[in-house]
Write a protein that binds this ligand. Structure first.
Ligand SMILES: Cc1cc2nc3c(=O)[nH]c(=O)nc-3n(C[C@H](O)[C@H](O)[C@H](O)COP(=O)(O)O)c2cc1C
Ligand code: SF4
Length: 608
C-alpha cells in the first residue's frame, strides 16, 4: 500500500483510533506491505505550520501511540513501514548548513523511534514538494553550499538521511526511498539524473526504491486521473530497475489486478504500490487473490481524495465506508422500515446498499437520469467511461441484496432520501429555437442526434461545456466552447488533472475555447446563420455562425459550487429518525461534494 495522508491523525500528530482502524482494514485486506502516510520527523515551526493533522514522531513520548498502529498492521498480516518526512522549506536558501544537517539527522532519530514502536521498515519521503525532494531537484535547490552545488551536492541530504537511519538503527531497519524519476522538465530531475540518484542510493544501502513522477504534489502533467489508462508511470520504474539491483516499486494509477500483475510479470518492477485502489477498496488484494475481481470497488480516478473532506479527512465517493472503519460493524435494524431513495446518484446507491444490508425494505428509483445520476450523465463523455465502473459495481451489490433499481420509487415510505438533481439552470439568453440543455443532450442515442446541426456552440461556466463539446465531437459535430471562466484557467471547477486532460482532448477534436466570455444573446436565423452575441474583455463580439447552441450551465444546488468555502454543509445526523422523515441531499456532477454526500448516506443508513 502506497503512503496516503488520511487527515485522521490527532491534533497532536498521534495515530487516532480512526487512523489505526483505517490501516488495520487495509492490512487485513491483503496488502503485503503497508507504508503508513507521511510522518514528520521534527517538531518545529515549519512542521507545526505544515498541517494540523499530520502524524509526528518527533519525541520518545509518541512511541506508545505509534505502537498500536504498527501492531494493528502486523496483526492484519502486512509488513508495517512508516514514511518519514519533513515539509518543504520556503526559506531553503537562507537555511544554514547546520540547519539542514539538523533536519537530516532527525530522520535517523525518528527511524529509531519507529523501530521502537514496532515498525519493520521506514520510507524516506523525497518526492517533489517535500524537503528532501526539494533539495534533490535542480528546479528547487539553488543553494551554493555543499547541499546545493552540482548533482552530488543536491543528493547529499538524502544520502545522509539514509545513512543517519542506518547508523541510528545499526542497519536493522530496511530503508526505502520514494523519489520522482522524471520531473517532466529538462532542467529538473530527468530520467538520466534519476538513474544517478538511484545508483547513489543503492550504494548508500537502501532496501528498495519507490518510483514516482512529476514535480509538485499532483501536477496537471501527471497521468493520474480517469481516462488516462493504467500503470501510467511504470516506464520510469522499469528504467530504474535496469540501473540498480535493489527492488524497485512501481506506483501510479495501478488500479486493476491485471495491470498490477502485468507490471510484475513483464519484469517492469519487482513490486507495485497501490494508493487509491486501496482507498476505494481496502480488501482489493484479498479479492484479487480470491479471483473475485468484479467485487472490487473500483477507483474511478475522480481525484476527490486529493481535496480533504470538510472534516479535513480522506474520503471517496465510491467507498462510503472510507474513514468509518473504526465504527462498529453494521447491525441488523430492530425494526425493518420502508426506505425509498429517489435518484440513483452514488449517494443514493450507498444509502440503498447499507439500508438493505441492515434488513430494511429498500426501493431506489433513477428519477429520469442514468444510473449514477448527474455523474452518470458525465460518464457518457469520452474520457469519463471509468466513472461508469462505480455505478456498475454499486448496481451489482444492490442486486445481490435484492434491491432493484426502478423508474419510480414505491409510494408510502417511512424514510425518504431525495438524491434527485436540482433543476438545470436556464440562462436568460436561452430561447426555444436552435437551443438545447446539456442534460437533454448527454446520454442521447444516435437516432436522437439528427436534429443537432454541424456547427455547435457550447456555452457554460467551465468543465461541463468542454465535456458536452467532447461528447458532440464524438458524434462528428464541430464545436466551439464558450466559457465565462478565465483564459488561463477555463475549467476551474474540476481538478487540474482533469482540466489538463480536457484541454488535450479538445485540441484533439480541434475544438476552440473562447474563455472569459459572457453570452448576451442568441440570434437564431432560419438560414443557419445564427450567432452568439458575447462580451469579452469588456468588449462586445459576435461568435458564429452556428446551427445549434447548447447551454451547459449546470444544475442548481442547495448552495453554489465550486467555491470551497461554500461546500454544501451536510445535515447533521439525527439521533432518532421518525417515520415520515425526508432527507434532501440533491445530486451533483462534482466528485468532491458527492464524496461528502456518500459519506453522509453511509452514516445515515447505519442509524435508520
Ligand atoms: C489522499 C492522498 C494522500 C497522499 N499522501 C501521500 C503521502 O503521505 N506520501 C506520499 O509519498 N504520497 C502520498 N500520496 C501519493 C500516493 O502515494 C500515490 O503516489 C498517488 O496517489 C498515485 O498512486 P495511485 O494511483 O495508486 O493512487 C497521496 C495520495 C493521495 C490520493
Ligand atoms: S476519491 Fe476518486 S480518485 Fe480517490 S480513490 Fe476514490 S474514486 Fe479513486
Amino acid at each position: 500500500m502506497a503512503p496516503m495522508t488520511t487527515g485522521f491523525a490527532s491534533h497532536a500528530g498521534r495515530p487516532s483510533r480512526r487512523l489505526v482502524a483505517w490501516y488495520g482494514a487495509r492490512a487485513a485486506g491483503g496488502a503485503a506491505l503497508v507504508i503508513v502516510e507521511e510522518t514528520l520527523v521534527l517538531d518545529d515551526e515549519r512542521t507545526r505550520a505544515s498541517s494540523p493533522r499530520k502524524l509526528r514522531l518527533a519525541a520518545q513520548s509518541a512511541i506508545p501511540s505509534f505502537r498500536a498502529l504498527a501492531e494493528t498492521i502486523k496483526r492484519g498480516g502486512a509488513v508495517a513501514a512508516l514514511q518519514l518526512a519533513y515539509p518543504r522549506a520556503d526559506d531553503l536558501l537562507t537555511l544554514s548548513f547546520r540547519d539542514v544537517a539538523r533536519i537530516v539527522a532527525a530522520f535517523g532519530e525518528a527511524a529509531l523511534r519507529a523501530e521502537g514502536a514496532g515498525f519493520q521498515a521506514v520510507e524516506v519521503q523525497a518526492s517533489p514538494g517535500r524537503f528532501l525532494g526539494q533539495l534533490l531537484s535542480p528546479l528547487t535547490n539553488k543553494r551554493r553550499d555543499r547541499y546545493g552545488r552540482a548533482p552530488g551536492g543536491r543528493m547529499q541530504a538524502l544520502i545522509q538521511a539514509v545513512g543517519a537511519i542506518r547508523t541510528a538503527t545499526s542497519g536493522r531497519v530496511p530503508v526505502l526511498v520514494r523519489f520522482s524519476a522524471d520531473e517532466r522538465d529538462p532542467t529538473g530531475i530527468t530520467l538520466h539524473r534519476a538513474l544517478e540518484i538511484a545508483r547513489a542510493l543503492e550504494t548508500a544501502g537502501v532496501a528498495a526504491l519507490e518510483i514516482v513522477g512529476g514535480a509538485a504534489s499532483v501536477p496537471p502533467t501527471e497521468l493520474l486521473s480517469s481516462g488516462v489508462g493504467e500503470a501510467t508511470r511504470v516506464d520510469l520504474a522499469a528504467a530504474v530497475k535496469q540501473a540498480v539491483s535493489v527492488p524497485v516499486i512501481a506506483n501510479g494509477r495501478i488500479v486493476t489486478g491485471d495491470s498490477a500483475a502485468e507490471v510484475v510479470t513483464r519484469g517492469q518492477a519487482h513490486l507495485v504500490s497501490l494508493g487509491r485502489a486501496l482507498l476505494a477498496d481496502p480488501a482489493w488484494a484479498a479479492k484479487h487473490r480470491a479471483g473475485i475481481e468484479n467485487e472490487i470497488a473500483p477507483c474511478i480516478g475522480c481525484m476527490a481524495c486529493f481535496t480533504p473532506a470538510p472534516d479535513g479527512g480522506i474520503g471517496c465517493p465510491v467507498n462510503g465506508d472510507a474513514g468509518h472503519e473504526y465504527l462498529p460493524p453494521l447491525v441488523m435494524a430492530d425494526q425493518p422500515r420502508r426506505v425509498a431513495v429517489l435518484g440513483a446518484s452514488l449517494a443514493g446507491l450507498e444509502l440503498a446498499r447499507v439500508a438493505a444490508a441492515r434488513g430494511h425494505d429498500v426501493s431506489i428509483s433513477t428519477a429520469g437520469l442514468p444510473l449514477g445520476g448527474l455523474l452518470g450523465l458525465r460518464a457518457g463523455v469520452p474520457g469519463n467511461a471509468e466513472f461508469g465502473r462505480a455505478f456498475l459495481y454499486a448496481g451489482d451489490r444492490l442486486r445481490e441484496l435484492g434491491v432493484f433499481i426502478v423508474d419510480d420509487a414505491a409510494p408510502g415510505a417511512d424514510v425518504l432520501l431525495d438524491c434527485r438533481a436540482g433543476a438545470e439552470r436556464r440562462p436568460p439568453w436561452l430561447t426555444d429555437r436552435g437551443t438545447l440543455l446539456a442534460g437533454e443532450l448527454l446520454g442521447r442515442d444516435l437516432h436522437e442526434m439528427y436534429g443537432i446541426g454541424r456547427r455547435v456552440a457550447v456555452v457554460g461556466y467551465g468543465a461541463l461545456a468542454a465535456e458536452v463539446a467532447l461528447f458532440l465531437g464524438g458524434w462528428g459535430r464541430r464545436c466551439t466552447v464558450v466559457v465565462s471562466a478565465s483564459e488561463n484557467q477555463p475549467f476551474p471547477d474540476v481538478h487540474p488533472n482533469h482540466a489538463a486532460r480536457l484541454r488535450e482532448r479538445l485540441e484533439g477534436y480541434k475544438v476552440p475555447i473562447v474563455a472569459g466570455a459572457t453570452v448576451r444573446a442568441w440570434h437564431y436565423d432560419t438560414d443557419r446563420k445564427s450567432e452568439l452575441d458575447v462580451t469579452r474583455n469588456s468588449a462586445r463580439e459576435t461568435l458564429g455562425p452556428f446551427h445549434t447552441v447548447v447551454s451547459a450551465a449546470g444544475w442548481t444546488l442547495p448552495r453554489p459550487w465550486p467555491q470551497r468555502t461554500l461546500v454544501p454543509r451536510l445535515p447533521r445526523l439525527p439521533k432518532t429518525i421518525l417515520a415520515g422523515t425526508v432527507f434532501a441531499l440533491q445530486d451533483t456532477p462534482y466528485p468532491e461534494p458527492l464524496r461528502d454526500q456518500v459519506t453522509f448516506a453511509n452514516l445515515l443508513a447505519r442509524v435508520i
